[in-house]
Design a protein around this ligand. Structure first.
Ligand code: GLY
Ligand code: MN
Ligand code: MN
Length: 441
């Protein structure tokens, strides 16, 4: 793997340099400074929150645990890494830089955060400084110029070959752990124990994962971001929804699967229908496909499933128009994915900025872009039985056209979501998730 990354990294770095050149020229800046970030402490406490590196920093190099470090890039020059290795015997000090990327940087090691200042350009007025406010180092205060950020964020949507290689690994790691979690579910384990099985298989700490695991048995799957992890197994585990990913050098996977116990055949039938629909949406991840249109299309297809399986008795069209479909599918079809699980620029109009609004009535959609090669998105449709939304639906005129006996019988399963990570290519999309499942079968 590291041979492949070593081969792909130079082109990745060249791409980032070219983007930085253009972004700096647009803003009239001479240098790009990227602060890795600093530790944040809990209120009145000396315990820090887990460190989350500035995503711009980990875009340039596969280093995620380097608080206090800086990247300095000046067009035409080799990028510089000012790397903080504090004198500290209380905590583990970041490892000395090593690996395929180090020869591409001038590396300066400092042993105190303040010492980095001397290795940054002196005239900050000429610098675009990207980072969190608290990363300020004296007069080196992050200014996060919008014109620079907009350009970088827009282009970050187009992954380099190096980034696609990273994402493939993140998917493989996540899939390996999904298999372990499913086995734990089949063995009757609790949510807590299923989560432990996942962590053991993914071999990452919870803080290293790209987002908090969602491990939900039975009706817990109706809470979209359920994270409680019951310690005791339910008497009868009939359904299992798991939304969990893995990280690789700062790139994430975001994978959801829903499983039914063998006796829950009616629920399996609904899972199969959502699964087939989801594959159909993935097949539409092609250049020129507008993501918001795909989201609306998904609403029609899912409403069709609700009708076919006799949950509702109205046409799919009127279920979508009246909002009934949204009561069962109340979130977006997906989002851009990469250095952040919900990657930046999902609504951006062009490299200059701007916003492409969501279609009215779809407040939780996270992407309205038109897809192009090298963009990576999730495709994550779902059908849920959420007491809150069903209660509201019951008070509408459309309630008459809902088969409440069947809907009520499904509340105990919670819901279904199936989520894959998909690369838009010139022709057929690459499904990182299903490829990883197929490879590990
Ligand atoms: N795991 C969060 C999401 O699917 O967007
Ligand atoms: Mn997602
Ligand atoms: Mn997810």
């Amino acid at each position: 793997m590291s041979d492949l990354l070593a081969r792909l990294y130079p082109e990745h770095l060249r791409t980032l340099q070219a983007r930085a050149d253009a972004a700096l020229a647009r803003g009239g800046f001479d240098h790009l400074l990227i602060a890795a970030g600093v530790l944040r402490y809990q209120f009145l406490d000396d315990s820090p929150y887990p460190f989350a590196v500035n995503p711009h920093f980990k875009h340039w190099l596969p280093v995620t645990k380097a608080p206090g470090s800086w990247i300095v890039y000046t067009p035409g020059s080799k990028p510089k890494l000012v790397y903080l290795q504090p004198r500290d015997y209380w905590h583990v000090v970041p490892e000395a830089p090593a690996g395929y990327w180090v020869d591409h940087f001038d590396i300066v090691i400092v042993h105190e955060a303040r010492a980095a200042r001397a290795h940054l350009p002196q005239a900050f007025a000429r610098c675009a400084i990207i980072g969190d406010d608290n990363a300020a180092l004296g007069d080196a205060k992050p200014n996060n110029p919008e014109i620079v950020l907009n350009y970088l964020h827009w282009h970050r949507s187009y992954k380099t070959d190096y980034e696609l290689a990273m994402l493939r690994v993140a998917s493989k790691l996540g899939v390996r752990a999904h298999r372990a979690a499913e086995a734990a579910f089949r063995a009757g384990k609790s949510e807590y124990d299923i989560n432990t099985a996942y962590l053991n298989a993914v071999h990452e700490t919870e803080n290293e994962l790209p987002y908090g695991n969602i491990i939900a048995l039975n009706q817990h799957a109706a809470t979209l971001h359920y994270m409680d992890l019951n310690r005791a197994p339910p008497a009868h585990a009939e359904s299992f929804l798991i939304d969990a990913g893995a990280s690789f050098h700062g790139y994430g996977s975001d994978i959801t699967r829903t499983h039914a116990a063998p006796q829950a055949r009616e629920f399996q039938e609904l899972i199969d229908a959502v699964d087939a629909a989801q594959r159909g949406f993935v097949a539409k991840v092609r250049p020129g496909q507008n993501y918001a249109d795909l989201h609306v299309h998904a609403h029609h297809v899912l409403a069709g499933i609700l009708k076919d399986q006799d949950f509702i008795r109205m046409s799919a069209e009127s279920a979508v128009e009246s909002g009934v479909a949204s009561a069962f599918f109340p979130h977006g079809l997906g989002h851009l994915l990469g250095l952040q699980v919900h990657d930046v620029a999902g609504f951006q109009k062009d490299e200059g900025g701007g916003t492409i609004p969501r279609p009215p009535g779809h407040p939780y959609l996270r992407c309205t872009r038109t897809l192009e090669p090298r963009m990576v998105t999730t495709i994550e449709p779902g059908i849920y039985f959420i007491d809150l939304l069903l209660g509201e639906l019951k008070n509408t005129p459309q309630a008459r056209e809902v088969n409440w006996a069947k809907v009520d019988a499904f509340r105990r399963y919670g819901g279904i979501r199936i989520e894959d990570d998909v690369v838009c290519a010139a022709d057929a999309p690459e499904n990182l998730t299903r490829d990883a499942f197929a490879a590990s079968a």
